[in-house]
Design a protein around this ligand. Sequence first.
Ligand SMILES: [Zn+2]
Ligand SMILES: [Zn+2]
Length: 148
Amino acid sequence: MEFGKCLCGAIEYSFDRSKVISAHHCHCKDCQRATGSGKATIIIMSKKYFAVNQDPKFFEVQGEQGNHVVRGFCPNCGSGMFSYLKEHPNMVFVKAGTLNDSSWLKIDSNFFTDSSCDWNRPVEGVKNHNANPGLTSNLMMAIKSLIK
Ligand SMILES: [Zn+2]
Ligand SMILES: [Zn+2]
């Protein structure tokens, strides 16, 4: 099992690494603002394999493609913990930096590379998606493969 927590430790979660579908660097402007950095690094999995000791404080915003992104923060220390799309509530996007040990993580692709900052360019050697075209269809594929 993998474990993670917020900065103050109030929110703790766990999941089985073998259930991870994919991992991505998201360079969209919303992720930059929400994290205060150049990108958010997210790990996608089905919510049924993700356990958390308490709900974070959720904040919802409409994403660039019309999806409603719901980001969860620790109400005590403000750490960004995990998020989900309101349109796909059975999938969860865990912020990789909150893992206790993320040394095993492999990044599959970069999202929204057009809005990446000069001081935090997309990593090389993985697929780039400019406007994140495949996110919704990839999620639908992933959901289908999980319920096969
Ligand atoms: Zn906290
Ligand atoms: Zn983003």
